[in-house]
Design a protein around this ligand. Structure first.
Ligand code: PMP
Ligand code: GLN
Length: 387
């Protein structure tokens, strides 16, 4: 047998897929993998359907259709007060996942060091390793997710090429403060390092806290790109329409990676997402309020069962400390027992760590589900725990 790629053959199936399969197998309520159980705006699905029927359905322009790239540029002006040129500073990809792959492949050379902040979204480390990058980890821990400044400073060396930031952060639900962002950008500026900011949850922020895009920090202008995802913004995760926006000299090599990865993204979805970004403020306000109410509903239910529920400023995940309950010695044990015996699927937070001794007593619950589904999950847990 010929050897296969050591990086991809050496890693297991992603935890999100594993938990969704287990949820199905056990007929469980799936609060594991992050996806809404109700589709986003009907008007966008109608635009997509119309564009699909009317066509054209041929290859759209490789960097994305002009209407969507213009809409992305306008939305940075509208939501972040940041001006970008749609032709040289915006491209459309098939999901944020492709965007991440394009950024990493387009910006680093084998042997370059890449700073990643734990907890890590599943594809970050494999993509960096596959591109020949050397990972330098900086670790944030639940429940407070404090950015360790000394560790961050020490992570930089003469070989650092890129820092990948997830803000708002999955699974932490953390939004980096302006001063934390300034510190990160200052360090990248001082060491001449690129910043790729995965900002897919930019519109899912709560309690009046505004999302601060890295693109809005003056020192980041020449060295950063931000990634968006229509799947998150419009609650249609299957659409896989991503955006990369930022410094033109970075967009150029990222576009080269895109052209040999997917080349384009389905045109009818691009048409619909362009319309979506032009929806009135009421849409963007209501999605925040609806999700915050779901967060509070699930948090109240879990707290009443003696789970210790962490704060969540953004995205759609609650991190819950189960150490007051006897449901397992590790998060993996607790998670397996819960899906099997209670019929509720979650994700062990340790799955987001690559370094030694990850946190062991936290589970991630996804709350972008119908109220009846959240209530069903809490009832199942209450019954299981004999509460
Ligand atoms: N980054 C983060 C932090 C995510 O949570 C997700 C969600 N799946 C993605 C990227 C990927 O987004 P997409 O589905 O648009 O590829
Ligand atoms: N982003 C989603 C989550 O964190 C999962 C996406 C996926 O399964 N690829 O759960």
């Amino acid at each position: 047998m010929l050897p296969k790629n050591a990086i991809y053959s050496g890693i297991p199936t992603t935890i999100f897929e594993v938990m969704s399969r287990l949820a199905q197998q056990h007929n469980a309520v799936n609060l594991g993998q992050g996806f809404p159980d109700v589709d986003g705006p009907l008007s966008l699905r109608e635009y997509a359907a119309e564009a699909l029927l009317k066509g054209p359905n041929q290859y759209p322009p490789m960097p994305g259709i002009p209407a969507l790239r213009q809409a992305v540029a306008m939305s940075y002006a509208r939501f972040q007060n940041v001006q970008v040129d749609w032709q040289s500073q915006v491209i459309i990809t098939s999901g944020a996942t492709e965007a991440l792959s394009d950024c990493i492949n387009g910006l680093i050379n084998p042997g370059d060091e890449v700073i990643l902040l734990e907890p890590l979204y599943d594809c970050y480390a494999p993509l960096v390793e596959r591109a020949g990058g050397i990972i330098k980890l900086v670790r944030l821990d639940p429940p407070d997710w404090v950015l360790p400044i000394d560790a961050l400073q020490n992570a930089f060396s003469d070989n650092t090429r890129l820092l990948l930031l997830n803000n708002p952060m999955n699974p932490a639900g953390k939004m980096f403060s302006r001063s934390e962002l300034e510190l990160i950008v200052d360090l990248c500026d001082a060491h001449d390092v690129f910043i790729v900011a995965d900002e897919v949850y930019e519109h899912l922020t709560f309690d009046g806290l505004p999302h601060i895009s890295v693109l809005s920090l003056p020192k980041a202008k020449a060295r950063a790109v931000a990634i968006g995802s229509a799947g998150k913004t419009f609650s249609m995760t299957g659409w896989k329409v991503g955006t990369v926006t930022g410094a033109a000299h970075m967009i150029e090599p990222i576009t080269k990676a895109h052209q040999f990865t997917t080349f384009t993204t389905p045109p009818h979805l691009q048409v619909a997402v362009a319309k979506g970004l032009e929806l009135p403020d009421s849409y963007f306000e209501s999605i925040k309020l609806e999700l915050a109410a779901k967060r509070d509903r699930l948090a109240a239910g879990l707290s009443a069962l003696n789970f210790k529920v962490g704060t969540c400023q953004a995205a759609y995940f609650l991190n819950v400390d189960f150490s007051a309950l006897s449901i397992g010695d590790t998060d993996v044990e607790a998670c397996q027992a819960m899906v099997r015996d209670a019929g509720v699927a979650t994700v062990p937070v340790s799955a987001f760590y690559k370094g030694d001794e990850p946190p062991q007593m936290f589970l991630r619950f996804c709350f972008c589900k119908q109220d009846s589904v959240l209530d069903d999950a809490v009832e199942r847990l209450a019954k299981w725990l004999g509460a």
